[in-house]
Design a protein around this ligand. Sequence first.
Ligand SMILES: [Zn+2]
Length: 313
Amino acid sequence: MSPSILDAVQALGLHLRGSGTKRTLACPLPGHDDTRASAVIFLEQGRFHCSVCTPGRSLSAAELLGATGFTARAASGFTSSDARSTWALAQARTRDESTSARAEDEEVYGYLASRGLGAAWEERAYGIVARSMGLPRAIVHWPAGGYRIVLPLYDVTTGELVNLQARSVRQGAQPKTLFPRGTRARGLVFANSSGLRMLSGERAESAVVLAEGLTDHLALSIHTALPVISAPGTTMAATAISSWVRDRKLIVALDGDRAGELAAGEAVRLAHLAGARSVARARWPGKAKDACEALEALGARGFRAIAETWEKL
Ligand SMILES: [Zn+2]
């Protein structure tokens, strides 16, 4: 499958400005030290254009990735040690009661409250990044771009914290989430505390929830006592399945749209191959497409009632 223009934006860690289907950005092409926003991305057509580097023509997502040397580039310099130190700072920030921090972080708490995710604070499930933090170079632009919520990503085979994903708290942000420029995301998962213990090898009898996406992960972490393992994107859901699923009851709680259905089918197949004891599919009520929409439609109590049916499986 060829990458979408948003895949390319995400992989390259680009910051899009403006709104609507035509967004401006600082040109990422090598040799163009762009201090103005000379480049444009046409979201509907999925094309990139720079008035300096590609006059009179545009690039597809694959061409853009190729032109930036993305596929050949080993790494951005963002290491798992950077991920761990950033996560420690970002988590501490959620406990910072100073007036300046509270005011600057109001957009974060407001965003989470509006999505019914305020209780993720008690779970210590997310961290907050801010401009004053001295962030690693690869992610230094995140706070100014509205990418303020961060969650740690764990290697699915070792349970080690190796990367981060950030979520924008601004309306209509595209893309909604970012990885540090040039880092890997496949085979990495979000995990709640019991999910993390499971990845680290702890055996338990309960069912495990497989979900997708940062906000769905928060919604499920708040409302179920079960281990929750979530891929940081639908196309990566199948790569979340690993030896942890052996002898476990798996609840596949992915999106109800076509991409989610495809990913769920593949996850179910791989879970059986990896020795899952049983696999069940979560179904969202009515028109809800995913966990967050179900939470919005049902409220906390109704959503919790669905999660409780999984605990009895
Ligand atoms: Zn350029």
